[in-house]
Design a binder for this molecule. Structure first.
Ligand SMILES: [Zn+2]
Length: 531
């Protein structure tokens, strides 16, 4: 927009020529909403004009003579940039998750995939397929350390040779060349766990060459068995960033386990200290007290998985090894609050929705043998109830470097019980942390979901509600916004999401998903992959 100041009869007049159209007509006008721009600034009552996939006007439409083909009256509603989910397991490659509806109903318009070390380095192939099949939200991807390590070293518990390390570097480079935003690791999991810090530094250096991010599910998080410890684990993540030059984000940052309740300020202090010495470190959170992962990760010591699944099953068969394993499994479960806190969310109907303790008593086995029997058939998705201290989570929400994530994976259609976060993480943060309990203010919360994330991602034209930016927009009813998904009944969309625009298209209109697949894979820097 160009503003020209005219002096007229001693009065200052401002004449505006909109960039949107010389005729001042736009395709869509969101009229009279309370607009949060994503920066953390206080909101203002104003209109938002959209043409194609861009925001072309923010201001008083009537005063500026801007009209529109379609006007949506959003008076009384919040208008925000579309939310960015900084750590998701959105199942975009399958028909049951492709539309992203569970995310859209939280106001989310972009999700990060390839987290926890799992992202493929063959990103072009994946993105072209996603663009061809269509997706409901934008996808941003990391290349994954575990995926690469598995390819080069299988499940071996050893350091790579120099040649192997070079092969791993080459795959990180391929991922970055093909548009990844950075490198993710899951050092808590196998095979990521088998990597020494130096290996990760070497690979993160490649990501850093491309202005890439180092995203980590760090090694310990506080509930790791014979782990490095809650604080050492954070120090390792920071050190990897410092040594590689990549900016660091801690996925789902928190302190796990009852023994770490109240300790989040200690972890936060490490991040503050690193930031003070110029390391770019940030984090993301969801606001549930339960995690979701897999049974082997929670109940099988890492040494037992070395060599892969067949080697693990052989160890189960050896009575001496199995006896040692069972002792360690019980110790691992104790760290997590016991078998009654492990809720199985695997699709197997005889397991879904039952605690490990419940299954064990039904089978008349102890918890360790139950774990072995379940895993002998197949590893299982599980939740760990009450692993996080909600007061820790409140504290972390108040940090200026804290973004927001779902960490959510769409449940399969035949899976009754799964983690509710895929349906409600963002709306829960807004309804509970902002509106009900007032731990953070609305502009601050919105920023944690939008502008802060976009700036960290170096996403040039998203994350803010400004002229020239892509029209990823959420329109929310402050009086109705809330998550409905519960642990008992998780498959429920959030409420209070009135309209959601993805790349300028209405993916939710008047509270109803339109079914349009308006998302696109985004290459590093923000360029869309078009089909
Ligand atoms: Zn994770």
């Amino acid at each position: 927009m160009i503003a020209r100041r005219l002096d007229f009869a001693g009065t200052l007049l401002f004449v505006f020529f909109t960039a949107c159209a010389s005729g001042e007509r736009v395709e869509l006008l969101l009229r009279g909403g309370l607009v949060y721009d994503g920066s953390g600034a206080e909101p203002s009552l104003t209109d938002v004009g959209i043409d194609g996939d861009r925001i072309v006007f923010v201001g008083d439409a009537a005063a500026k003579g801007v009209s529109a083909e379609t006007v949506l009256d959003v008076a009384g509603l919040m208008v925000t940039p579309g939310f960015i989910d900084m750590h998701s397991h959105a199942v975009l490659d399958e028909d049951y998750g492709r539309d992203g509806t569970a995310f859209l109903y939280q106001g989310i318009t972009s999700v990060i995939v390839g987290a926890d070390g799992g992202g493929t380095p063959r990103l072009r192939e994946r993105f072209e397929q996603l663009a061809k099949d269509g997706i409901g939200v934008n996808a941003i991807a990391y290349v994954g350390h575990a995926a690469i390590r598995r390819e080069i070293l299988a499940m071996e518990d050893r350091a790579p040779t120099e040649d192997e390390l070079q092969a791993m570097r080459d795959l990180v480079r391929q991922g970055m060349e093909e548009g990844a935003f950075g490198l993710s690791t899951g050092l808590f999991y196998t095979p990521g766990f088998y990597a020494e810090t130096d290996e990760v530094i070497e690979l993160a250096k490649v990501a850093a060459e491309y202005d890439g991010i180092y995203d980590t599910h760090d090694r310990d998080l506080g509930a790791s068995y014979k782990g490095v410890g809650y604080l050492e684990s954070i120090k390792e993540g920071i050190a990897i960033g410092e040594a590689s030059g990549a900016r660091v984000i801690f996925s789902h940052f928190n302190a796990q386990g009852a023994h770490n309740f109240g300790r989040a300020p200690e972890g936060a202090r490490l991040i503050e200290e690193a930031r003070a010495r110029g390391v770019e470190v940030a984090a993301a959170q969801h606001v549930y007290t339960a995690t979701q992962s897999n049974l082997a990760a929670y109940a099988i010591p890492r040494w037992a998985s070395a060599g892969g699944r067949e080697a693990l099953l052989e160890r189960f068969q050896d009575s001496e090894t199995a006896a040692r394993l069972d002792i360690e499994t019980m110790e691992m479960l104790a760290i997590r609050g016991g078998a009654s806190k492990i809720l199985i969310v695997d699709p197997r109907p005889e397991l879904n929705g039952r605690t490990l303790a419940d299954v064990a008593s039904g089978w008349e086995l102890d918890a360790a043998r139950t774990v072995r029997r379940i895993i002998t058939e197949a590893n299982a998705s599980v939740m760990n109830l009450d692993l996080y201290d909600i007061e820790n989570t409140w504290f972390l929400a108040q940090q200026e470097w804290m973004m927001t994530c779902t960490d959510g994976r769409n449940p399969r259609p035949d899976q009754a019980i799964s983690h509710p976060r895929v349906y409600g993480a963002f709306t829960r943060k807004l309804s509970q942390f902002v509106l009900d309990q007032e731990h953070i203010a609305m502009p601050f919360a919105i920023r944690s979901m939008t502008g802060l994330a976009a700036e960290f991602l170096h996403l040039e034209d998203r994350g803010f509600l400004r002229e020239g930016y892509v029209a990823d927009i959420a329109v929310l009813d402050r009086d109705r916004i809330r998550d409905l998904a519960t642990y008992e009944n998780p498959k429920q969309y959030s409420e209070g999401t009135v309209h959601v625009l993805v790349n300028g298209a209405l993916a939710i209109r008047d509270g109803l998903a339109t079914g349009i697949l308006a998302g696109t894979p985004l290459l590093r820097g923000g360029e869309a992959v078009k089909h």
